[in-house]
Design a protein around this ligand. Sequence first.
Ligand code: DX5
Ligand code: ZN
Length: 215
Amino acid sequence: MIKIAPSILSADFARLGEEVAAIDAAGCDYVHIDVMDGHFVPNLTIGPAVIRAIRSHTARPFDVHLMIDPAQPYLAQYAEAGADIITVHAEADRHLDRSLQVIRDLGRKAGVSLNPATSEQVIEHVLDRLDLILVMSVNPGFGGQAFIPGQLEKIRRIRRMIGDRPIELEVDGGVNAETAPAVIAAGATVLVAGSAVFTGNDYRSTIAALRPRTA
Ligand code: DX5
Ligand code: ZN
């Protein structure tokens, strides 16, 4: 079962509550929320207040992707705001093992994200603390960028590292109906898609187009 996590980065921010309700009604699995600090990445987006404001508009899990450095001082705020999965970047964390423990101690699922240039080796010793691994297939900061094909090999390697652990493998950036099949074949279980979902008017069909064909 492949999960689809639309990134609200490409939603209409003036109508964010309605947009979240619309992707829920259209059959998304997670709501992917990109938090950027203008420091770890060259863009600034939303924080806990906005997450709290949209929480009541859907019961779907909030998949919160923290592109902030440092992340550790803010983890409790994101948990309280309504995050179900909290993902930190390996590059933004000198004490990744501790951050992952903190997230689980807050009762949330713990994820780690890797930039395109980062090797999967950095997560080898924290696998048992992980609920989700997020492979960036673009350089984080903006929606609408082109998928970096070299990341497919990393996805395959991480698939092998995971073995039979119950860890989700999420891929984020440039995922659309054309790139999704290769991403799924490489071993991804969760697809993030911003522009591919929100560019169309019919979210049910843009979400469905990302799922594997069953025929
Ligand atoms: C980029 C974000 C992504 C982004 C994906 O830094 O992490 O979640 O919204 O957008 P698309 O799907 O348009 O590449
Ligand atoms: Zn993201």
